[in-house]
Write a protein that binds this ligand. Sequence first.
Ligand SMILES: [Zn+2]
Ligand SMILES: [Zn+2]
Length: 297
Amino acid sequence: MLEAFFGGISSFAVSVANIAVQKTIDLIGGFIQRKFGKNWINNFSSIPKLIRVVTGNLEEIDNEITERQRSYKRSPNPKDQEAIEDLKRQKLGKFKEYQALQQEMAGQEITQDPSRFSESEMIQGEENKLLYHTGLITLGKNCPRCKSPMRLQHKTLNNPGFSDFFWQCTGFYIPEIQCRSTQPFRPLDLTLVHKTGIPEMEIRNDALITIASESYVQNLTDKRMKSHLGESDTDILCPVHLTPMFLKQKKGPDDMPILDRYHLGCKNPNCSQTTKLKSFPQLAAYLQRQEGSGILV
Ligand SMILES: [Zn+2]
Ligand SMILES: [Zn+2]
């Protein structure tokens, strides 16, 4: 019934096309209760800590794989090869744990207090609502061809609109899969369930751009972003290595536009994956994750 269901920072994007349902929030609440049962495994407050532990494990495993691959390249041997296969299995297991924790955290919040959530349809002029959620690893939207998770991508331009978005198979970057499958993004297919009280989602996209472009707002945002350079973002994982991405800045002049300046990159030295931060909602969501408040505070 739920075609797409992805979460993190307490939000869900749900595809409920052509289904006459009760409120999406009730639908998700019911879905989560059926999935996890009434007794949560973890205490709510301990989940963020567990997520940090699991993403730390993912990084350690990835480092070990890189080491082993180096050694194998120097002199191919079955011992390294076996170890690499085993580490890859371990990593996949940890990633499943990570996904379950993210779903559980969002699920607990929505079942405990549905009134703190509301739902939005994707309407022209409200692109900020979608942009706010880009980069989150998809939970449940799988490639029809190879079953790898798909992730929502957009073209490289500042302040993209709905037509610039598409679903991309994460198998594209994995040498053994190399799946080139993409799907168009259809805004009308998607209902976004999100926490209320996010100021960047409560105004229209053009109004947000106007306010956030004010030079004193931009300067403050830039200063705050700069203070996080090099920090890991445990909500945004590299789709290839499944490790938390970290904040990077492009080299360039001091007056480089803020929307050209920042992106998230993968820590693996052989990886070119990035998550773009080319709109104000994306910067706001980043600051919200790291500091607990966005641009419009
Ligand atoms: Zn695929
Ligand atoms: Zn990577």
